[in-house]
Design a protein around this ligand. Sequence first.
Ligand SMILES: [Cu+2]
Length: 151
Amino acid sequence: MNNLSMLKIVFIMLSVLMLASAGNSNADKQPNIETESFWIVLPPEVARHTAGYGIIKNTGEASDTLLKITSNAGAVMLHKTEIQSGKARMTHIPNIVIEAHSELVLKPMSFHLMFSDLSPVIFIDGSKATLFLEFEQSGIIKINILIRPNW
Ligand SMILES: [Cu+2]
């Protein structure tokens, strides 16, 4: 075998190795979803809606999409409050991408959980509700969150 064909073989082998490792590193990239400081506002007895706040963090190497939220406290949706011509308006956000190394902060006048059809059994000061966050990659994440007055 001459030097040139030897070089060709080495080159081909290197290319195959590089492709294989590139494939591997992609497959290793996973999102890692964590939740922090979640709570639900205890509404006045007459209220039919209430809000929930907290932080969803993605500390992983790939993005993930929040597809669905459910709770034993009632019906729940992700909302976003925005100021449009001087008025606060809420928009329903059906799903949202959380990029790698980023977080979604749910806070007043911004993203929030919007609860309706409130369960009277759950909505007692100091009780806890269960929240299921369904992600495209990470699957369903269950968290227990405190219900407390915001005063
Ligand atoms: Cu809302």
